[in-house]
Design a protein. Structure first.
Ligand code: ADP
Length: 269
């Protein structure tokens, strides 16, 4: 039998090791690239409301302050941009904390229907402003028990419904549709708005990614909402799905595990 040449073995080991290091370096470079992009994006997004506020104040100083109605208009605009800045900073903190694993979910059992009604009440005014109908479609009024973080899951549904309103035309609709299966419930948020171009569909869950149209239309928002939704749902073992046809509308959906009624009642005892 032919003996294995030990040198060949060592050579191939070295080769493998070098390849491993190369992969590691490539990965580190990629991470560094992401970090740079993240910082560049943050600076850009922060500058927008800061420059806007600065502009309004300079206009006031320039004489607009003397006319009461003009003054009020500019002060309101300045307050609005500061509010946008505040939301952006809060979203940034949420994203970085959640990505660093520093946010703990507080799981509890509750009826999903109650939570959705809560959501609809909260966004009513926003929807009315654009004359958009927001409705709930559920198989029945029966409770649908799940085990989740109430406030964070509510935030997910609010983000999705608000997007359905924001990226919609006047008089459009947004539906929250609940589908109950054997062990799971599917929550879908469907709108008949502007839809999302095919090439953007994979990327809109990335931090700061916005479809060009929404950027140029200056829709309020940080571009962080869907990234936050995705992370919160991951912590609920759920994956967010998107189906969208440009000019027709979009559906965002995810599945959660049901808590069976007997189990729920037991836990209440
Ligand atoms: P934001 O709304 O603050 O820009 P999001 O992360 O919530 O950030 O959304 C990212 C982008 O995805 C939006 O800028 C928009 O271009 C697109 N988008 C999200 N939801 C919808 C929707 N329902 N219809 C059309 N486009 C949407």
């Amino acid at each position: 039998k032919k003996e294995k040449n030990p040198i060949v073995g060592i050579k191939s080991q070295i080769k493998n090791y070098a390849k491993m290091k190369e992969d590691e370096i490539a990965q580190l470079k990629q991470m560094e690239q992401y970090r740079k992009e993240f910082l560049a994006n943050i600076s850009h997004e922060l500058k927008t409301p800061i420059f806007a506020t600065q502009g309004f104040i300079l206009t006031l100083l320039d004489g607009a302050v003397d006319d009461k109605s003009v003054r009020d208009r500019f002060l309101k605009k300045a307050a609005k941009s500061l509010n946008a800045l505040n939301i952006l900073v809060e979203d940034l903190l949420t994203v970085s904390k959640i990505e660093a694993g520093e946010i703990n979910m507080e799981f509890e059992e509750f009826d999903l229907q109650i939570m959705i009604v809560d959501v609809l009440e909260q966004i009513e005014q926003k929807a009315e402003k654009k004359n958009i109908t927001v409705s709930l479609e559920a198989p029945s009024d029966d409770p649908i028990y799940i085990n989740a973080d109430y406030n964070r899951l509510k935030q997910v549904v609010i983000n999705l419904v608000v997007n359905g309103i924001k990226y919609n035309h006047k008089n459009g609709w947004v539906k929250v549709i609940l589908d109950v299966h054997e062990d799971t419930v599917t929550i879908a948020v469907k709108d008949n708005g502007m839809g999302i171009p095919h090439e953007d569909q994979n990327r809109i869950f990335e931090r700061f990614y916005r479809v060009e149209k929404s950027r140029t239309k200056k829709q309020g928002g940080s571009g962080l909402g869907l990234a936050i939704c995705k992370h919160i749902l991951e912590r609920h073992d759920a994956v967010i799905q998107l189906e969208s046809v440009p000019e027709e509308g979009s559906t965002f959906s995810f599945d959660l595990t049901l808590v069976k009624e007997e189990e729920y009642e037991d836990s209440e005892l």
